[in-house]
Design a protein around this ligand. Structure first.
Ligand code: IMP
Length: 168
């Protein structure tokens, strides 16, 4: 497996992203993390956030065990609390086709948050099927299937502390 983004580079970028988010949300922020892939990113991001923050989790499934998107998004776990009038940032591992995020943004926007922004550690713009707005992007990468730092293939490799390209 080839390391694409080292632990040190991820840590540095996540700290920068936390500063950007804090600057844009001086009164605190409600982080909505998308399970399972975002759990590592969320934990580093939340600990690097200087301001006040609260957390909630959603789970969606769009891939199953395949490495390409079926385009079908299924809500597996909803949030525990409402979003009305809250400054919300969606925390997601990667934006690929954009279908999952579009679905999430649509259903969360309907809950009337005060603001709704999105933070993704990784983006693969060449794979986009729908245009989707992402205010905070950690790294832009090529069209390669990556694992580690929360990202899996068939539920494996989430525990790697770096991002690696999965050999086919
Ligand atoms: P999208 O709907 O195609 O944008 O897919 C988003 C979801 O697909 C992400 O939240 C990931 O769970 C998964 N995904 C997309 N690309 C990769 C990858 O390279 N490695 C692991 N998971 C991926």
């Amino acid at each position: 497996m080839n390391v694409l983004i080292s632990t040190e580079d991820i840590q540095r970028r996540v700290r920068e992203m936390a500063q950007e988010i804090a600057r844009d949300h001086p009164d605190g922020v409600h982080l909505v993390a998308v399970l399972k892939g975002a759990f590592v990113f969320l934990s580093d991001l939340a600990r690097a956030l200087p301001g006040s923050c609260s957390l909630d989790f959603m789970a969606v499934s769009s891939y199953g065990k395949s490495t390409s998107s079926s385009g079908q998004v299924q809500l597996l776990k909803d949030l525990d609390s409402g979003l009305e009038n809250r400054p919300v940032v969606i925390v997601e591992d990667i934006v690929d086709t954009g279908l999952t995020l579009t679905y999430l943004q649509d259903i969360l926007r309907a809950r009337a948050p005060r603001s709704l922004k999105t933070a993704c550690l990784l983006s693969k713009p060449s794979r986009r099927k729908v245009e989707v707005q992402v205010e905070y992007i950690g790294f832009t990468i090529e069209d390669k299937f990556v694992v580690g730092y929360g990202l899996d293939h068939a539920e494996k490799y989430r525990n790697l502390p770096y991002i690696a390209v999965l050999d086919a």
